[in-house]
Design a protein around this ligand. Structure first.
Ligand code: ADP
Length: 628
């Protein structure tokens, strides 16, 4: 059959263009990516063979072989893994299936052509294509397990198309042949390959081998002999004792596991003994990877059973809200041929999850207490994710609550407090933890809702994550202290106004209510000391922030109206009262009522519905005042 030429999918073309036309400083990562693909392929066939032993074809001498050929200028990586059928080659090497690809391209553009693109390539799971960083042509020869007569040859120069051809390959697995660029010929040097394998793939379970020529014998007997050298030590580092692993070994393992270019913020490595035995090695990343927000939010750890990889991402051992954690679990108790269905309700995995969660939360608490700066960087990236745990992990919510950081009315901008610190500084007669939710701490600091709290000397937590709106009310309490929204009708610190005021203002309040159909009620408050008016949600109504969120999501947020609260001690409110008393039908009252309402809308951080009419009302006032 003759070769067929196929086009790469558009996104992939863009990606390849970026890869082939950019200068990369650490392009050596191509080797890590290709070895990791080969290792995955071996794990896959080994796993599939548990159910269908025919796939092994009697070939279980698992290995990944590097063959540098100086004459041809090629470096070949061969594996005896699962291989690919023709269709799989098209699906896997002609498109980029990951939804993160667009995000990758955007991030890469942002990073600039000579910037951090190699780091990005790994993070976005476009590993195979990193071959084009060092090669101007790549051939892939592959044959799927259990299909001896269906081998395929894929060839491409990474310029937009590739060719496919049926071929013959006696052994199962994949050969990736890199025709190295002139400036990448150093990857043919055995010492270079040896050191790169040590660096990136030392812990890999499967041997990475290379044929080396050695001189053997003495004098006349001296001759050259080719032997196969294993380049990696293959020690699964999670099986070793903590004291036996060097920090740089942890670091390299983490980098290859997480496709990160930086060291992790924290390493969690322990052995659980007792009823169930397992070993855990997890890492907390130092900061959020580029792709994190674009990826599907799935959590998981690599699950091994006695060193055999069972699942790349076992969701049962790591809850979603800790999905930033990367790592492995090795269980001694699960059967090797455990099926995915069985894994779904396996009590051993529940035990593992409990233990993993406890250890991660403890480790984060330790980081927060002992390495605060590091924790801050971590928290900026993942604080929002961690908060999901408040609503999902009931048994650990106090521990999670203790990991949260907040700006507050009393903190300096950019500095944080915690629930515990807040409670410690509560006034003796204060019973509740007050919080205010909005877009930014800066804006919230100017909010009229803080006035009464300031007057009393009480602090208010300023919450700015969209998730706070759901998570904090769900938490409800911290220790025995009620959490209470400062912009709610019943907020702590807001009390009754004197009966005399109520009477004096009754007429004005009624008239305002009639003029303002947007509000549920108009009433007096002692919440304000400097502002004239503010809007509050009733106990069960939606807060202003929530309304804005709903509006942004395109939902109808007009449902529950809010209450307009007026400060009876404010000169504006008093002036309106006097005007109303003098002439309840004074036409100016209409415009003033709207202005009062609109300033409350602006103060809470929302937008007035008709900014042009608002501006006209203010301008009328200026004209009148200037001419008076
Ligand atoms: P990723 O490994 O992150 O999925 P890659 O671009 O590196 O992304 O590889 C794409 C796909 O091609 C892999 O998911 C795998 O299905 C297939 N593949 C790559 N290398 C091999 C190999 N050596 N053996 C079998 N399949 C492979």
């Amino acid at each position: 059959m003759s070769a067929e030429t196929l086009e790469f999918k558009a996104e992939l073309k863009q990606l390849l263009h970026l890869i082939t036309h950019s200068l990369y400083s650490d392009r050596e990562i191509f080797l890590r990516e290709l070895i990791s693909n080969a290792s995955d392929a071996i794990n896959k066939v080994r796993f599939d063979a548990l159910a269908n032993a025919d796939k092994l074809e009697g070939n279980t001498d698992w290995k990944i072989k590097l063959t540098p050929n100086v004459t041809a200028g090629t470096l070949t990586l061969s594996d005896n893994g699962i291989g690919m059928s023709r269709q799989e080659v098209i699906d896997n090497l002609g498109t980029v299936a990951q939804s993160g690809t667009k995000a990758f391209l955007e991030a890469a553009k942002r990073a600039g052509k000579t910037g951090d693109a190699p780091g990005l390539i790994g993070q976005f799971g476009v590993g195979f294509y990193s071959a084009f960083m060092v090669a101007d042509k790549v051939d892939v020869l592959t044959r799927a397990a259990g299909a001896p007569s269906d081998a395929t040859k894929w060839e491409s120069d990474g310029q937009g198309s590739y060719t496919l051809e049926a071929t013959e390959k006696p052994t199962r697995g994949t050969d990736v042949i890199l025709h190295l660029k002139d400036d990448a010929k150093d990857f043919l040097e055995p010492w270079r390959l040896r050191s790169l394998v040590r660096k990136f793939s030392d812990f890999l379970e499967h041997p990475v081998v290379m044929d080396v020529e050695k001189e053997v014998g003495e004098g006349e007997e001296k001759k050259k002999e080719v032997t196969e050298e294993t380049l990696n030590s293959r020690k699964a580092i999670w099986l070793r004792g903590k004291s036996e692993v060097k920090p740089e070994e942890y670091e390299e393992f983490y980098k290859s596991l997480a496709h990160d270019t930086d060291a992790p913020a924290d390493v969690i490595h322990y052995t659980a003994e007792g009823k169930t035995e397992f070993k855990v090695l997890c890492f907390v990343p130092a900061h959020k990877p580029f792709g994190f927000d674009y990826e599907e939010p799935v959590a998981g750890l690599r699950l091994y059973v006695q060193r055999v990889l069972i699942m790349d991402r076992c969701e049962q051992v790591l809850p979603q809200y800790l999905r930033f954690v990367k790592g492995v679990v090795d269980s001694a108790d699960l059967p090797l041929n455990v099926s995915r269905e069985l894994l779904q309700q396996n009590p051993i995995l529940d035990t593992i999850q409990k233990s993993v969660v406890k250890n991660i939360l403890d480790s984060l608490a330790g980081m927060k207490n002992l390495e605060y700066e590091k924790y801050l960087e971590f928290y900026r990236g993942f604080g929002t994710v961690l908060k999901e745990g408040l609503t999902r992990d009931w048994s650990n919510r106090e521990k999670i609550a203790d990991l949260l950081l907040f700006e507050s009315a009393n903190t300096e901008a950019g500095k944080f407090t915690t629930f515990a610190e807040y409670v410690e500084k509560m006034l003796t007669d204060q019973t509740e933890i007050a919080y205010l939710i909005g877009e930014s701490a800066e804006q919230l600091r100017h909010s009229p809702y803080l006035e009464a709290f300031r007057a009393k000397g009480q602090d208010v937590l300023l919450l700015t994550d969209p998730i706070d709106e759901f998570a904090i009310p769900q938490l409800g309490k911290y220790k025995d202290k009620q959490l209470s929204a400062a912009d709610r009708g019943e907020a702590a610190g807001v009390g009754e106004v004197p009966a005399g005021d109520k009477e004096r203002f009754a007429g004005l309040l009624n008239s305002l209510k009639e003029k303002l159909p947007d509000v549920a009620a108009v009433r007096l408050t002692n919440r304000l000391t400097e502002s004239a008016a503010c809007l509050v949600a009733d106990s069960h109504g939606m807060s202003a922030h929530m309304e804005r969120l709903m509006e942004r999501m395109g939902r109808d947020a007009s449902a529950p109206k809010r209450v307009l609260e007026l400060n009876p001690n404010h000169a504006t409110v008093e002036a309106l009262r006097a005007l109303h008393e003098k002439n309840a039908t004074d036409p100016r009252l209409d415009g003033y009522a709207r202005l009062l309402y609109e300033q409350a809308v602006i103060a809470e951080g929302s937008k007035v519905s008709d900014p042009v009419a608002f501006a006209k009302r203010v301008n009328d006032l200026i004209v009148r005042d200037a001419q008076a």
